[in-house]
Design a protein around this ligand. Structure first.
Ligand code: KMH
Ligand code: ZN
Length: 275
């Protein structure tokens, strides 16, 4: 077996579903996002997956707020900044796409609709095509978010339409109520189904975050952790984002994997170095 790449740890520190009353550790303002960027970078993260909130904690996808968050993160870290284009349930596709004009290095592209609790997270082909056209226009690298098995087939269809060129970086989001369950077997099946040359990470939801991370470390994949996906460090004990990152970094080093810096992650993902 060839040597594994250093581990790329993505931190998803905010998300759209957790309310500030649920935890004192949610970085829901640009200033808190900047401080979190510094802390998770020190702990071993190389990518920050960004959602934004208003000062009262409600969701926003305003270009202005994302611009402030981007600046705050840049001021305190050299992390790869990845904007969410999934946003929150109820946002329009136009709102979700507008932040791409800020030209983050990366942005998510969820590759199909999926039940999301009692709601539907809508990602029809027209929505996906529009997001990809804008990413191509603004030079933003997609991360393909796969919540269900059929989403990889959707991504292949977008590649046949020449909106997407493989290989790409893929993130398996497993354990969303309504999506594919977070089991090692499902993860192996998805990895087997990846187009040649793709890199991948896994984001396990809730208490499946840690076992999925451990599987990815062992398999040569990469890992996403953070409060967006999981509020707890252990049963009943609320987590801070940096300690979720630090735990994965420790486990990886114990298992013989080094940790990617942001620039090393850029090389692995084929992203241009920032000027
Ligand atoms: N909040 C979910 C509805 C993404 O960031 O691109 C969508 C989501 C995916 O979080
Ligand atoms: Zn997200």
């Amino acid at each position: 077996m060839s040597a594994m790449d250093p581990l790329i740890i993505t931190c998803a520190p905010v998300g759209a579903e957790i309310r500030p009353e649920q935890t004192p550790h949610l970085p829901y303002t640009p200033q808190l996002l900047g401080e979190t960027a510094r802390a998770v970078r020190e702990a071993g993260a190389s990518i920050l997956h960004v959602h934004c909130r208003n000062d009262d904690g409600t969701n926003t996808h305003s270009v202005e707020r994302f611009g402030q968050a981007y600046e705050a993160i840049r001021a305190q870290s050299d992390l790869i900044v990845q904007f969410s284009t999934g946003g929150a349930i109820g946002m329009t596709p136009q709102e979700r796409a507008a932040v791409l004009e800020l030209r983050p290095e990366m942005a998510t592209l969820t590759c199909g609709s999926v039940n999301f609790g009692d709601d539907i997270f809508e990602n029809s082909f027209p929505i996906m095509r529009d997001l990809l056209k804008k990413m191509n226009e603004f030079g933003v690298r997609p991360e393909l978010e796969i919540f269900d098995k059929g989403h990889l087939a959707n991504a292949r269809r977008l590649a046949r339409e020449r909106l997407l060129l493989f290989p790409q970086h893929v993130d398996f989001v497993l354990g969303v109520p309504g999506g594919l369950e977070a089991t090692v077997q499902n993860l192996c099946d998805l990895v087997d189904d990846l187009p040649e040359g793709c890199t991948w990470s896994v984001a396990g939801i809730g208490k499946r975050q840690l076992p999925m991370a451990m599987a990815a470390i062992a398999m040569g994949g990469h890992v996403r952790v953070g409060l967006e996906d999981n509020l707890f460090y252990s049963r009943g004990r609320l987590a801070r984002n940096d300690e979720l990152v630090a735990r994965v970094a420790r486990l990886a080093v114990e298992a013989g994997r080094s940790i990617a810096t942001p620039d090393r992650a850029r090389k692995v993902l084929g992203l241009p170095m920032p000027q």
